[in-house]
Design a protein around this ligand. Structure first.
Ligand SMILES: Cc1cc2nc3c(=O)[nH]c(=O)nc-3n(C[C@H](O)[C@H](O)[C@H](O)COP(=O)(O)O)c2cc1C
Length: 410
């Protein structure tokens, strides 16, 4: 075996080792994936400004250096051995891109339509909780970046800034993500507040019914010697009191998780709100069919970025069965592991209407605040446009399954 092949095997071993799960940066996994992990590959240089970044991975080491250990661990973590986290990245290598030639690609149109609104880009900021843990401006910085670059933003239930402030910082409506909670009176209050703030779409997250095992986060937290109780008290009450959407609500006995959640809750929610209802966290044909039966308006194929259950299954590998099951009746979005324009291209070709990103903008936010988030969005947009040009796909409408080869199917 030549040196390059040895090096590649070693990097793969490192990236997949549970022993190093909390120490291996995402970009190393990216390197190990790359077929061209050559022995003379230059090291990733540290960046001092957003404009020095060549790709979104460049923000991760800056975030790692900047953030307190516990906060970086929260951003980085998967669950158990972080196998699903890695699977999300590895899944993209199952699909290759079929390129067409001699197409006029002087203009490419990345716009997409969701519930009657046209967005100039299909790249969406996923709901990410507690953003003041990453930067003092928190969700306001992310919302300003989304507004400046024309992206849709989905605001987390566990936001550290109110939906009203975020809407104003975005300069237009945002979608609101709902954790169901185990207390209907609280759920109702959250839904009403989002509706009153002008959110057109409610995104119900259904992949965290009963807690999770975030070992990487715990390992980082152990290394953090700061006194956390000045920011948040233990338990759900302590956590939620710092989250602006819960201001003025009696939180006695309330949990964000709801182990008793079933399709009846979906029906109840539909009857409660005029907002469109999107389910976040579906992965199977069976659940997509049920979503259609229950009058759900859209689906986000997601495994919470490998932070919920350890299924070991990449979302890109779940996408086709969900798209096929809904038969065009509703838009299907996707997230988890998207780091490159080519990843986004593959999902759009497989039928997604939009792609959400989580950690990459978290890294940008932690590293440089609003300008960091803007640069992350800019890099992904540029990479997507470049891939569309290379492939001869000049609009999302033209970006069909003919542009990808599924290596498992041939
Ligand atoms: C730090 C962090 C906090 C998150 N908080 C939420 C949340 O409050 N609600 C939710 O539905 N998903 C949440 N997610 C999951 C994201 O919405 C999204 O599914 C995931 O980040 C996509 O994977 P990626 O990080 O690989 O892009 C969070 C993700 C991260 C990294």
């Amino acid at each position: 075996m030549d040196r390059a092949a040895h090096r590649r095997r070693f990097l793969k071993f490192l990236a997949s080792s549970p022993l190093l799960a909390c120490g291996v940066p995402e970009w190393l996994a990216g390197f190990a994936d790359a077929a061209d992990a050559q022995s003379d590959l230059p090291k990733r240089a540290s960046i001092a400004t957003p404009n020095e970044a060549l790709n979104v991975f460049d923000f991760e080491p800056v975030a790692r250096q900047t953030l307190p250990r516990a906060h970086f661990g929260y951003l980085a973590t998967g669950v158990d051995d972080d196998a699903t986290l890695r699977a999300n990245r590895e899944g993209f290598s199952r699909f290759q891109i079929r390129t067409r030639r001699l197409v006029d690609v002087s203009k490419v149109d990345t716009s997409t339509e969701l519930f009657g609104t046209t967005w100039k880009t299909p790249i969406v900021l996923a709901p990410v909780a507690a953003q003041k843990a990453f930067h003092p401006d928190g969700e306001v910085a992310a919302a300003r970046a989304a507004g400046a670059k024309g992206h849709l933003l989905i605001l987390s239930t566990a936001t550290t800034v109110s939906v009203e402030e975020v809407t104003s910082a975005r300069g237009g409506p945002v979608w609101y993500q709902l954790y169901p909670t185990d207390t209907w009176r609280i759920t109702q209050a959250l839904v009403k507040r989002a509706e009153t703030a002008g959110c057109p779409v409610l995104v119900l997250t259904v992949d965290l019914p009963a807690g999770r095992n975030t070992e990487t986060q715990s390992r980082f937290a152990k290394e953090d010697t700061r006194q956390c109780s000045s920011c948040h008290q233990p338990g759900w009450q302590g956590y939620l009191r710092r989250k602006r959407m819960f201001d003025g609500l009696d939180l006695t006995g309330v949990s964000l998780f709801s182990p008793g959640l079933t399709w009846d809750f979906v029906r109840r929610l539909k009857d409660t709100t005029k907002m469109k209802l999107v389910l976040k966290g579906l992965e199977t044909q069976e659940d997509a069919e049920l979503a259609a039966q229950y009058g759900v308006d859209g689906i986000i194929v997601s495994n919470h970025g490998g932070r919920a259950q350890e299924s070991g299954r990449a979302t890109i590998e779940c996408l086709s069965e969900v798209v096929d099951a809904v038969r065009g009746k509703m838009p299907v979005l996707i997230d988890s592991g998207f780091r490159r324009g080519t990843d986004i291209f593959k999902a759009l070709a497989l039928g997604a209407k939009a792609v959400c990103i989580g950690r990459p903008y978290g890294w940008g936010l932690a590293a440089f605040g609003q300008p960091g988030v803007e640069k992350v969005l800019e890099l992904l947009t540029r990479e997507l446009e470049l891939m569309m040009r290379h492939a001869g796909a000049t609009s999302l409408a033209k970006l069909t399954r003919n542009f990808v080869v599924d290596l498992r199917r041939g």
